[in-house]
Structures are given as C-alpha cells and as structure tokens.
Design a protein around this ligand. Structure first.
Ligand SMILES: Nc1nc2c(ncn2[C@@H]2O[C@H](COP(=O)(O)OP(=O)(O)OP(=O)(O)O)[C@@H](O)[C@H]2O)c(=O)[nH]1
Ligand SMILES: [Mg+2]
Length: 337
C-alpha cells in the first residue's frame, strides 16, 4: 500500500513526466507527438492535461480538412501536397480519420504505405484515428490531435476524413479550410453529397482526371454552384482537377489553398475558430456536467428515470429538470457547514 508521502511523490513524478512530454512535443519530437495523441485517443486525464498545457502554443498551424467518399484519392493527394510543402521547408502533419471502421484496419494499412513515401523525413507526421465506437469522441480526439501537431510546430495539418456533410462525422469544422473531393465513376456521388456540401466546401477537387467523365463531374459541380445561393459572400469555391497518382493539377490545388488562405486572412480564420470554440466549450461543459451527474446521482436512479422515459411515464424535459434539480440540491447540501 502507498503511504500518503509515496502518493504525493508518484503524483509529482507523473506531473513531471507530463511536463517532460509536453516539452518534447514542443520540441517537435515525433515519438512524443505519437505518445501524446495516444493519450488523447485513450481519453485519459493525462491527455486533457497535456492539451491544457500546450494550448497556448497552438493556433499557428494552417488546418486543411480534406473530405470525400472512400477511395476518391484523398490520401494520395494529401501525400503529393505534403511533398510540395516539404520542398518549401514546411512541416506537415496528417491525421487520417476512418469513421466507418471501428478498427481502422484499412487506414492503418494505407498509412504503412504512406509512411514509406515519407520515410526518413521527420518533417511529415502521419497518424490514423478510428472511432472506437464514439463519434463525438472522434471529433474531439481529432481536434486535440490537431492541437498537438500544431504545438509541435507543424505548419500545415491535414485532416483527412471519409464522407461529406454528415454532421456526426463532419470533422472539417475543426479546419481553417475545407476541401471536398469527388471523382468520376463514383456513381451519383455528386448528387449524394449535395446536401450540406455547398456550405462547407471552400475548394472542390475533382480527382482521377485521367478517367473519362472527369469533365462531366466538373460540369455537375459547376451547375450545382451556379444554382445555389452564394453562401460565401465573395469567395466562390474553385473546382480543381487533379490526377493525384501522377501529380497533375497538384500545383493548381496548392495555388487554390494559398488563394483561399489569402482571402480568409485573419478575420475569417478567427470567425471559424470562434465558431469552433463555441461548440467545444458547449461539448466540454456538457461532458463536465454529465460527470457531475454521475457523481451525484446513482446509476439506479438514472435507470429509474430512463425506464420512466421509455414507458412514457415521464417526458424528456421534465426528466432533465428533475436531474438538474437533484444536482443543484446536492451541491447546495454540500455547501452547508
Ligand atoms: N486513376 C487514378 N487513380 C487514382 C488517382 N488518385 C488516386 N488513385 C487511386 O485510387 C485508390 C484510392 O486512393 P486513396 O488515396 O487511398 O483514396 P482515399 O480517398 O484516401 O481512400 P480512403 O482513405 O479509403 O477513403 C488508390 O489505388 C490510388 O492509387 C487518380 O488521380 N487517378
Ligand atoms: Mg485515405
């Protein structure tokens, strides 16, 4: 058994190793970055403390969200762009998210191939993340992984994610710029992703330009864009054609990113970050409140309320009021001397 003295010693050692890890992240050490992201994925308090410690060192990286259907060529394109940025001396972080697979098997395998492409280059950090069954948790983990890469001095961070426009998997909200990728031969994908797509895309990429039908896909997108009310006051999302496998069009794509960055300036970037922080704050407060509920209200009591809801003996709003009042009453009782 630990004596109180031992415990203090262990805690301070832990705090010390956490500080050491934070320092190594700030120094750009890839192994420390990897460890930090694992802590975040595991959802352990050390991860949260690390984010707290590093947060003031973030905000410099340019975060590029790349989203599109499976197999459209996201990873291939991001690798190409990473190479262009590396030539310019910029450090690149890549977070690939696979919300469809609970194990991220495919993504991990893909990453091995990608690691080889950038083997020996410490300026490129690649990491896959899986849902582990919690979609909300994924968005949080992705956002926090981005913060770690930012703190570690990556100039550009790519967030690669499958799917478009589904709020629950939409991690582009954590991005400074949202890229939507499509390709010919993906059936009705342009139609399928229509809902919500125009609001989020800053740049469209039509990849696999070598396939016949690329022009048709571009035309479809153009038609969609001209029909829609301009959601961006001055910025009309460009449509860039690429062939990621050969690198054709990649410089145009980089050019489009640069132009948007110039257009967005500090103002739009700030607005998006503000919007992100609003939802982050709500989410964290919600989680903190829920932890509070779990501490104060027993599982059997929560069960009882849930059963009442299921049997329609109670409505959800009254249920929330009841639990809120329980929490507030417990808090007040705790305050009494
Ligand atoms: N012909 C052709 N094939 C391409 C092109 N870009 C990518 N591919 C191929 O398409 C396949 C999928 O590419 P990825 O880059 O893995 O696609 P992804 O969107 O990252 O896929 P997921 O991560 O599984 O959603 C690979 O076999 C690529 O080589 C292209 O421009 N033309
Ligand atoms: Mg991929």
């Amino acid at each position: 058994m630990q004596s109180p003295c031992d415990r203090v010693l262990t805690e301070s050692m832990d705090a010390e190793s956490e500080r050491a890890l934070a320092a190594r992240v700030l120094g750009g050490d890839p192994r420390a970055v990897s460890r930090a992201i694992s802590l975040i994925e595991e959802g352990v308090p050390e991860g949260a403390r690390l984010v707290s410690e590093l947060f003031s060192h973030t905000g410099r990286a340019w975060v590029v969200g790349v989203t599109g259907p499976p197999g459209v060529g996201k990873s291939t394109l991001v690798d190409r762009v990473a190479k262009v940025f590396r030539t310019g001396g910029r450090r690149v972080g890549i977070v690939a998210v696979d919300p469809t697979s609970p194990f991220s098997g495919g993504a991990v395998l893909g990453d091995r191939v990608r690691m080889q492409t950038h083997a020996g280059d410490d300026g490129v950090f690649i990491r896959s993340m899986a849902t582990r069954g919690r979609l909300g948790g994924l968005a949080q983990a992705t956002r926090e992984a981005t913060l770690i890469l930012d703190a570690a001095g990556h100039d550009v961070v790519f967030l690669e994610t499958v799917g478009v426009g589904q709020a629950e998997v939409d991690i582009t909200y954590a991005a400074d710029i949202a890229v939507v990728m499509v390709a010919p031969g993906f059936g009705d994908d342009v139609q399928a992703i229509k809902a919500g797509i125009l609001e989020i895309a800053d740049v469209f990429v039509v990849n696999k330009a070598d396939h016949s039908g690329a022009e048709g896909t571009v035309a479809q997108l153009e038609a969609m864009l001209s029909l829609d009310e301009p959601s961006h006051e001055r910025w009309r999302p460009p449509i860039v054609k690429t062939q990621a496998t050969t690198g054709d069009g990649v410089n145009d794509f980089v050019g489009a990113l640069d132009r948007f960055r110039e257009y967005a300036g500090d103002d739009l970037r700030y607005q998006r970050r503000y919007r992100l922080e609003v939802s982050e704050l709500r989410r964290l407060l919600g989680e903190a409140f829920w932890r509070h509920v779990e501490q104060l209200v027993s599982p059997s009591e929560l069960d009882k309320v849930t059963a009442q809801l299921a049997r329609r003996e109670l409505d959800p709003y009254t249920a929330v009021d009841t639990i809120m009042n329980r929490v507030l009453a417990e808090r007040d009782a705790g305050r009494k001397p």
